[in-house]
Design a protein around this ligand. Sequence first.
Ligand SMILES: Cc1ncc(COP(=O)(O)O)c(C=O)c1O
Length: 391
Amino acid sequence: MISSHIKEKLQSGSLIRKMFEEGNKRKAIYGAENVFDFSIGNPDLEPPKEVKDALKAIVEEDVPGGHGYMSNSGYEATRAAIAKKRSEESSVTVDAGAVCMTVGAAAAMNDVFHSILDQGDEVILLAPFFMEYNNYIDNHGGVPVIVQTDDKFMPDVDAIIAAVTPKTKAIVINSPNNPSGVVYSEELLKSLNAALLKCDHVIHVISDEPYIELAYDGIKVPSALDCFDNLIICYSWSKALSLPGERIGYTLVSPKHADYEDLTAAIVLSNRTLGSVNAPAIWQKVVERALYAKVDVPNYEHRRNLLYANIVESGFEAVKPNGALYIFMKTPNGLSDSEFGEICAKHNLLLVPGASFSRPGYCRLAFCVSEQTIINSRKAFEAVAAELGLK
Ligand SMILES: Cc1ncc(COP(=O)(O)O)c(C=O)c1O
């Protein structure tokens, strides 16, 4: 017998997975070129050359013990290189001891929540947000508290502070954001920090950063180290180097954090006891050597431009994203997510409803699909717009 808790979760299922299956079914019927599946955010660019070069060299070097157990926080040299890069990118000097190598951002967040949450503790999430946060928090006895952002998907500092209770342990910040693609300004983040510091207990700021390298329009994503005091970064190379299947990332505790010593030790312990033990050895060495490389970001920007043009020129509304891999489009004519989703599906246009990100009235489109799919989808956007009388 499986646990009743997991049974409940199995029944609710993953909507994105269902969309994925629906997409495959439709591709078999109508042909792949006639189905416009914008539902899955799977980075489709190849990793940069530096990754493949590093991987080949590491295999050739064949260092004795290179596949053995190591410190649970990961290789010292890798952590030192990350600390150096983060120090260069901010006004804060970071030490290798602040960094713990993890199995992607998902494991990083689980390590952090395991380290900070007691049963019933609350974590503030800013909607719309990556739906897996709910599971990561629930895994460790926490309770998500959802605070809506404004109509441009920017955090509302007063609304956040109004949601703080004696049980609030943390807030999650994700910029560039999944699903809206918006980037929060340094000024806004600093004002949030000032407000959080006025609360009468420490509130951890968890900055989930898989998309910080994917920023467009010349925008520089502010360093969270410059903006927050009680900061824990969760980073991942899933998007920056297109390595989601390899599972590599890290946590980094700001030296300004009030609980720095306890937290750094707790996260390493959680990394071990939750079962990762340590991040994959070879991939730690690869990311150390390819630390300053990134995927072809202008390519994503080009596709963002094409998809955004399809949306707004067909008569729909969306905030233009400055980063990440998604556009979060408003459902037209006050239609519910599911009503709009059904109309789109008739035209083989597959999107994820906003309710999946705790923001109904919108839908997410991922632009990490082929350029040709985006170009071909124009007729589907126009057909949906015509059916709804938008133009
Ligand atoms: C906002 C956000 N956080 C975390 C993750 C998990 O990333 P990883 O592959 O590093 O576990 C994702 C994956 O898509 C994401 O979109």
